[in-house]
Ligand binder design. Structure first.
Ligand code: DC
Length: 244
């Protein structure tokens, strides 16, 4: 993963940050596919590195940093609102969702040199296309000059309940107390770390989804992004953005 900084150019960059389980992924996938924007779930990069760290038994920070710079990670649009994460030619999208991988990602994400090593990949992503990136520090660190910053959040109780429903729908065991505690711990680690802590950018628009359905959350975000694209001189048709 390369090191140099790139300019934003004429493209529109949208940063969506927030805690785990706020619905960032589902909202961004829907909006990106509806408006045909490039999309990167930055958490997938940290999760992929977390997966490699567990698989390869990387203990020392230096070993994790070295792996970050040589990690063959790609993120691909599969059409129909689906996106997939790859390590070389191995599809790891489903493997990355495991709770153990989320916790591993959260730990390695607190290492400043790891964050630095993954920065250029995030800034290059999408090339010249308009792009949405979701994560924890997109609006504060990765793209402080983003055209629109959204902080998407929901109460811890609601986020834990959503996670339980999600697991139950896929036939998996879900213990609310354990999920709530794990989420609280991850929130604490992501917001409490000194390197790029989770916090809204000063100029972020707050979208609280606690009492919103997924469709309502998508609508709010879609509305904000369409306004930003219009202000930047692009028209939004049914399902694509054109240059005016
Ligand atoms: O969004 P997620 O749950 O997939 O992210 C997994 C972990 O990666 C999260 O606990 C913190 C870290 N992360 C980060 O530090 N910065 C980002 N931009 C995205 C994720």
């Amino acid at each position: 993963m390369e090191q140099e900084k790139i300019a934003k150019g004429n493209r529109v960059v949208i940063a969506v940050d927030g805690p785990a389980g706020a619905g960032k992924g589902a909202v961004c996938r829907a909006v990106a596919s509806q408006l045909q924007l490039a999309y990167l779930e930055t958490g997938a990069i940290y999760r992929a590195l977390g997966l490699l760290a567990l698989r390869e038994g990387l203990q020392e920070d230096a070993a994790v940093v070295a792996r970050a710079t040589s990690m063959p990670f790609t993120y691909r649009s599969m059409g129909n609102g689906q996106f997939a994460a790859y390590l070389a030619e191995e599809e790891v999208t489903a493997a990355l969702r495991a709770e153990a991988i989320g916790q591993s990602a959260s730990r390695i994400a607190a290492i400043p040199a790891v964050r630095q090593a993954l920065l250029a990949f995030q800034r290059h992503y999408g090339g010249v296309q308009h792009v949405i990136l979701d994560g924890r520090d997109v609006g504060t660190i990765v793209w402080p000059d983003a055209d629109l910053k959204i902080f998407l959040t929901a109460s811890l109780q609601e986020r834990a309940e959503r996670r339980v429903r999600e697991l139950q729908e896929t036939g998996k065991n879900a213990n609310f107390t354990e999920i709530y505690a794990a989420m609280a711990e991850r929130d604490q680690r992501d917001a409490g770390r000194s390197a790029a802590p989770l916090k809204p950018a000063a100029d972020a628009v707050l979208v609280d989804t606690t009492t919103l359905t997924l469709a309502e959350s998508i609508d709010r975000v879609l509305h904000l992004i369409k306004n930003t694209l219009n202000q930047a001189g692009f028209t939004c048709r049914e399902s694509l953005v054109e240059s005016r």
